[in-house]
Design a binder for this molecule. Sequence first.
Ligand code: NAD
Length: 293
Amino acid sequence: MIILDGKKTSNDIKEEITNQVKSINSSLGKTPHLSAILVGNDGASETYINAKVKACEKVGFASTLVRLPDNVSEEELLSEVDKINNNQDIDGLIVQLPLPSHIDEMKVTEAIDPKKDVDGFHPSNIGRMALNLATYLPATPAGILELLKRYNVETSGKHCVVIGRSHIVGSPMSVLMARNSDPGNCTVTLTHSRTQNLKDITRTADILIVALGKAEFVTSDMIKEGVCIIDVGITRVKSEKTKSGWQLLGDVNFEDVKEKCSYITPVPGGVGPMTIAMLLQNTLLASKKEFFS
Ligand code: NAD
């Protein structure tokens, strides 16, 4: 069994980006710039945003964090998005989700200039992705593709089963694995909470991508020998084994399945670090203005 090491791979990617930033600096005299908007002070969102800002600093990007209060109106938030859309010094813009319930998330996503949409959530970028046109791919699915590519996992002609159909992971992942590209060219089955006989389907998977948010849901009786497992889930549970009293668990019971797999991503240290690396990659692409010419 081979561990798909997202921590090491993401560090390799960050190093590659750092070198490219240096060359952009010297040839174009500019620094890629990511702007992030955070509404309210939800603990998990703070952690994610801080990690993204820190990663920007590490590779030599400029970053701006715009903090807005919990009770900010939708109109004020949209006006902030508009300001950043029109700021020529800023290459990429992300709005940390979830937003408070009085704000329409899709309206905000659609307000972001697709050229700056480095999260890849804008409907026009999702459309470009489905049509196999150059665009910003959503970071988590892009990170999974990059891991499969860098570890030379064969995907062509394989049966890929995806568990979970969220807009940010499961759905785009199913589209990407079915595309005529490498990695890709899989026969894909997308499963979700209404799927019947899930185990019968997962047992036929050559590649199993799990993103449902239920700790240790996938067990050895649900997989076949030699499967490649990508575990996207992150659930924080209380634990007596750690100093902090908390532990992160994936959607897959790692200890139970590991002997049966050909490849597997650990949690933590698998898909998670790749997500941030891909956000940086998208920001670098945005600064080069290679798309949408
Ligand atoms: P979500 O919570 O939006 O949706 C869960 C999906 O799972 C739904 O489509 C639902 O139909 C499906 N589902 C629920 N129960 C099911 C069942 N019993 N059988 C089959 N399908 C079932 O999903 P999300 O936002 O994609 O998040 C999924 C997990 O991935 C969470 O743990 C989240 O924290 C994690 N996540 C990790 C990263 C990362 O960078 N590693 C990024 C995004 C999400």
